[in-house]
Design a protein around this ligand. Structure first.
Ligand code: FRU
Length: 492
């Protein structure tokens, strides 16, 4: 084992002991210590779910990237595993960036972006991005001798060797395929997607540019994923530097999906327009797996790359979303928390047909409070303008989930949540007109809320670093309506 990997393992084991479990989310994955960003290598190996992640153990800010590691039997309870990869070779000394994993020939194989410093005399040093592999047994991983296995010079002319990253690979008909995000070097740097193939996962060949932004969907396409869902093929990418477009896309980084068709023989991909996956403030770089029982499951990094909210003094930074089951409805991607989560539900509190009027002010219900719950609220009525569910509240602080009936707009607003450095306190999404009825499921786990509207047709995730003693929940509205609540306590 390299000294870099050993040092990371010793450090994380030591630090983890200093972080009491009760100060962490209960059913969302967090790193042992230090900084975490993208999910990596989300895969099934020897019947267990493995999840790696972008990891800088030594600080709660970005640094030379390692691959952290954990595994799970049910996608909810994660067991931390020792750090899997450290930046410890010449070709990845500047970072082991994002990538994916597969089980193959009894081994767990990882394909990741290796970042190296180009040392050419008299030139400014550049950081080149190539793709490298490691193989292991679910705990110990060894990098291949012939790394990097996919290099920037395999791209056609005109592509930037500095923005060539995040391989997603899979097997199809005895062959391996990989899509890798890349960017044109000249002009305004269009985001593109390169397709490679290989007979053995080691010797790779460039096939074609499979897709491109064409100036319409941002620059560098980070973290691609490409998979079948029902009768369609889905492409997920996380483009940087997108333009704002109504409530659909925000300025900067977004995670988007395209639905389309993929001709596997001709390697041709046709698709429609992009749509945002999650309309909240904190969602990026998701990855998916196909499970043995035929489900497609997505997990994302629940943080905005440009809006750092980790409170002072915390010894870890970064939370993954709950893994979500995907399906399609009318061409839209639906997302619901994995069904395994229901095994963790505790005490149930339920109210039906509660009448609420604007004159009631703040309405509280017995047993409806806490910072860790799975709650569904259904609203009915045609005589109201807006309904607000308030979370993580006390006398001073609160976060609003608001539905505006006439405009068909749903908003999360944490500007009163006590996060002074927050640069993006509010996000809204169009949920359409629906005769006053709306169903909202909220998954709250101490420092975050994930909202699923209408059985997952619209999703919205946000960090809520309001101190944990702000645990009240209440309801208010403008006008008159009736609502029902079903709340399950979740483990603390
Ligand atoms: C996305 C990303 C990836 C890269 C990784 C580095 O958040 O920028 O493109 O591989 O993070 O940590």
């Amino acid at each position: 084992m390299s000294k870099e990997l050993q040092k990371a393992r010793e450090y994380e084991a030591e630090m983890e002991k200093k972080i009491p479990q009760r100060t962490r989310p209960a059913f969302h994955m967090t790193p042992a210590t230090g900084w975490m960003n993208d999910p990596n290598g989300f895969s099934i190996y020897r019947g267990e779910y493995h999840l790696f992640y972008q990891y800088h153990p030594y600080d709660v800010h970005r640094g030379p990237m390692h691959w952290g590691h954990c595994k799970s039997k049910d996608l909810v309870k994660w067991e931390r595993m020792p750090c899997a990869l450290a930046p410890d070779t010449e070709y990845d000394g500047q970072g082991c960036f994002s990538g994916t994993a597969l089980e193959y020939g009894g081994k767990h194989i990882l394909l990741y972006t290796s970042v190296m410093e180009e040392l050419s005399k008299g030139q400014p040093h550049r950081l080149l991005q190539n793709q490298s592999m490691a193989a292991g047994d679910g705990e110990e991983y060894e990098k291949l001798e012939n790394n990097p296995v996919i290099t920037g010079d395999m791209l056609p002319e005109g592509y930037s060797p500095l923005d060539f990253r995040d391989p997603k690979f899979w097997m199809e008909g005895g062959h391996f395929f990989a899509v890798v995000g890349c960017q044109l070097e000249k002009g305004d740097g269009d985001g593109q997607l390169a397709l490679f193939s290989s007979p053995d996962a080691q010797c790779w060949k460039f096939e074609k540019i499979l897709d491109q932004s064409g100036g319409k969907c941002g620059k560098m396409w980070e973290c691609p994923d490409f998979f079948p869902l029902g009768n369609e093929q889905i492409l997920i990418v996380s483009p940087q530097f997108m333009e704002e477009d109504g409530l659909e896309f925000v300025k900067g980084s977004n995670s988007v999906y395209f639905t389309g068709t993929f001709d596997k023989d001709r390697l041709e991909w046709h698709r429609g327009q992009p749509r945002r996956i999650d309309y909240g403030m904190d969602f990026y770089a998701p990855q998916t797996i196909g499970t043995e029982d035929g489900r497609r499951i997505l997990i994302g990094w629940m943080q905005d790359a440009e809006n750092y909210l980790t409170p002072e003094g915390m010894l870890w930074s970064g939370i993954m979303t709950i893994p979500r089951e995907l399906s399609l409805k009318g061409g839209r991607l639906m997302q619901v928390p994995v069904r395994e989560l229901e095994n963790y539900r505790g005490r149930r509190v339920c109210f039906t047909d509660v009448a609420l009027s604007g004159a009631d002010g703040e309405r509280r219900l017995d047993g409806i409070r806490g910072r860790s719950f799975d709650m569904t609220v259904e609203i009915m009525g045609e005589n109201y303008n807006s309904f607000t569910l308030w979370l993580a509240a006390d006398d001073i602080r609160k976060t609003a989930l608001r539905y505006e009936r006439k405009d068909g707009i749903f908003t999360i607003d944490r500007k009163l949540g006590g996060m002074p450095k927050d640069r993006v306190p509010k996000r809204s999404m169009h949920v359409g007109h629906r005769e006053g009825k709306i169903k909202i499921r909220v998954l709250m786990d101490k420092f975050s809320a994930e909202v699923f509207v209408d059985d997952g047709l619209y999703a919205m995730s946000a960090l809520i670093y309001t101190p944990l003693d702000a645990d009240e929940v209440f309801f208010s509205c403008e006008g008159e309506l009736a609502f029902s609540v079903e709340k399950y306590a979740m483990p603390e």
